[in-house]
Design a protein around this ligand. Structure first.
Ligand SMILES: Cc1ncc(COP(=O)(O)O)c(C=O)c1O
Length: 362
């Protein structure tokens, strides 16, 4: 038998084995229709039922109130960097989008908002090399919203609570921690998340938007059709052909989360996995945690080696032992263990054992 493979990739990332087993059936014969999920029409009852079921499961798991719409967009989280300012900065001459700069993804979102409308840096942790998270003292005046990245996939930091933005809509890029813990949706104006970490495969982006933030009909013609939230809310995400297969896999992932016991159980497991790694890093002389203790991510654990000459050896040895995807992002180096929802506690235990062994023999 092949040696077990441990997938610590940052995204696309590990998905539950159970989902793959069920998806095999859906590819051959979806819902006893005699058709593959890959060949059904997005206008069929088969797909509308799947879409409704997916929204219902999301609403239940995340306790999404009726005052919000759930839509599925193409273009990844990166497309949301454009859609958010295009839709929400309705008066670019007097209002701007406020951005909390906590790492590479928030910088990209900020730059896009500057290109398309008007954007203001509210706070930044750049001077701390993004080991810390920026906090807001008083939001500047004339903002249309405040945007934050809840989990910084590259630097390994994560907000534990929402910053206080007063009456302003809080817009959140939750691409790398959606469904990793319960959320109070009422605190947000809009949440978006590319699927390929905790939700399913790449190709669909979940958007949860407060109904009052969807552009008015009068605004409709000013925003390109496929970048307009109203197009998605008015046509139930089916104005054009939606990513049917990615939504199907998301549906299976949601069912899997339910079988685990829902988001509070998932959050506890995520905490256990993160503690295993951070406790080891705290005690190790060789492995050094990157993020400040106050804001460490439970999804992406970043670390470096105190002896840089051993980094290449560690990377090689980890691959030999089938620990995949531990190299840090190309922009920052070091290492990163991504331990999303589907990562079993036992795989993190194996990783810690391997790192302990490596520390002894290197
Ligand atoms: C926090 C965050 N935002 C945005 C993105 C970009 O996502 P996409 O590739 O779906 O555009 C990523 C990708 O890893 C991410 O981690």
């Amino acid at each position: 038998m092949n040696q077990e493979t441990y997938n610590f990739n940052a995204g696309p990332a590990i998905l539950p084995r159970q989902v793959f087993i069920e998806a095999q059936q859906g590819i051959i014969n979806f819902d006893n229709s005699g058709l593959s999920i890959l060949e059904i029409s997005h206008r069929s009852a088969l797909f509308s039922n799947l879409l409704e079921d997916t929204k219902l499961r999301l609403s239940t798991l995340l306790k999404i109130p009726d005052t919000y719409e759930i839509i599925f967009c193409p273009g990844g989280a990166t497309q949301q960097f454009s859609m958010v300012p295009l839709n929400l900065i309705t008066e670019p001459n007097t209002k701007s989008g406020g951005y909390l700069i906590s790492g590479s993804w928030s910088i990209k979102a900020f730059e896009e908002a500057k290109n398309l409308a008007n954007a203001t840096e509210v706070a930044s942790s750049k001077s701390a090399n993004f080991r810390l998270l920026p906090t807001i003292v008083t939001p500047p005046k004339n903002l249309a919203y405040v945007h934050l990245t809840s989990n910084n996939t590259i630097f390994g930091t994560q907000y534990q609570t929402e910053p206080n933005v007063g009456e302003l809509p809080l817009i959140c890029d939750a691409s790398s921690d959606i469904l990793s813990r319960p959320l109070d949706i009422n605190k947000y104006g809009l949440i978006y998340a590319g699927a390929q970490k905790n939700l399913g495969p790449a190709g669909v982006t979940l958007v949860i938007i407060k109904k009052s933030l969807v552009p008015e009909i009068a605004e409709k013609n000013k925003i390109p059709t496929m970048l307009n939230y109203r197009t998605f809310t008015e046509h139930d995400s089916c104005y054009n052909t939606p990513p049917v297969f990615a939504i199907y896999i998301m549906n299976l992932v949601l069912k899997w989360i339910e079988t685990q016991g829902g988001l509070s159980v998932i959050a506890k497991l995520n905490q256990i996995k993160a503690n295993l790694l951070y406790n080891f890093l705290e005690e190790s002389d060789l492995f050094i945690p990157y993020a400040d203790k106050s804001c460490r991510s439970r999804m992406n654990v970043t670390f470096t080696l105190s002896d840089k000459t051993l980094e290449k050896k560690f990377a090689e040895e980890s691959l030999k032992r089938n620990f995949i995807g531990l190299e840090g992002h190309r922009s920052v180096g070091g290492f990163r263990a991504s331990i999303y929802n589907s990562m079993p506690v036992s795989s993190v235990e194996r990783l810690v054992e391997f790192m302990q062994d490596f520390s002894k023999v290197c």
